[in-house]
Write a protein that binds this ligand. Structure first.
Ligand SMILES: [Zn+2]
Length: 240
């Protein structure tokens, strides 16, 4: 059940049976020469919708823009500054909590959102003690990590990874780009300013080989993430 395609009486009826809602959260940022700029929110959104179908859960409007300051030296990136993203997360939760939602399950597709999400939750718990939030980073679940290791090994890298690119290929097969890629730049993962990022990682990838990605792997990664996160959502709703 998608919030933007529902009516208010439908949302009111939904609240009669559960207080849980799923919020996809991602980013709009460069993903190397072949990865789509929407990669992070595309992955979070399709996985969140998969969980919604499995569990008949309501899916909130996707937070498509995240904290991506370090990608701003690449055209097309849009970033919310950390304080802005924190305010956006809090306003989402405050709005929905007003209607009676109490359990917020964020399906996240972007590493840069993690620290800010947790900081926002800490403030929310002070302001709205009845509310609980959970951040589920889809690529970090055990079963997904196992597949990633099997499919890509050390060519997964840290940004514009074949795993996330594979999920976008499955989501939007008509938008697949094929580009010849430079050799992998090995990285220790440090991130500083946007200009520094572009200098260290000239084509935007961090140690990854997205040319390994296939639609079939994307489907398996998607199905595995949905299964794992749906289970986490059940546990979250059941928690006392
Ligand atoms: Zn990404």
């Amino acid at each position: 059940m998608l919030l933007h395609l529902s009516t208010w009486p439908e949302v009111e009826a939904y609240l009669g049976r559960t207080r849980g809602i799923i919020v996809p959260m991602g980013s709009t940022e460069q993903h190397g020469p072949s990865g789509l700029i929407g990669t992070d929110f595309i992955c979070a959104e399709i996985i969140a919708r998969g969980i919604g179908q499995e569990r008949d859960a309501l899916i909130a409007s996707t937070l498509t823009v995240g904290m991506a300051e370090h990608h701003l030296a690449f055209p097309g990136t849009i970033s919310l500054r950390p304080a802005t993203l924190m305010a956006v997360i809090k306003d989402y939760v405050h709005s929905l909590a007003r209607h009676g939602f109490e359990r917020f399950f964020f399906v996240n597709g972007h590493g840069g959102n993690i620290a800010i999400g947790r900081t926002a939750f800490a403030e929310i718990y002070t302001e709205l003690p009845q509310v609980r939030c959970r951040l589920a980073n889809w690529w970090m679940s055990h079963a997904v990590q196992k597949l990633v290791q099997e499919f890509y090994g050390d060519r997964e890298g840290l940004h514009a990874t074949p795993s996330e690119v594979a999920v976008t290929m499955y989501a939007y097969p008509q938008s697949i780009k094929t580009v010849a890629l430079d050799p992998i730049v090995r990285t220790d993962g440090h991130i500083y300013s946007a200009a520094d990022f572009r200098q260290r990682y000239p084509d935007g990838r961090m140690g990854s080989d997205p040319s390994l990605a296939t639609i079939e792997q994307g489907q398996v990664l998607y199905e595995t993430a949905v299964r794992e996160l749906a289970r986490q959502y059940d546990d979250f709703l059941r928690e006392d």
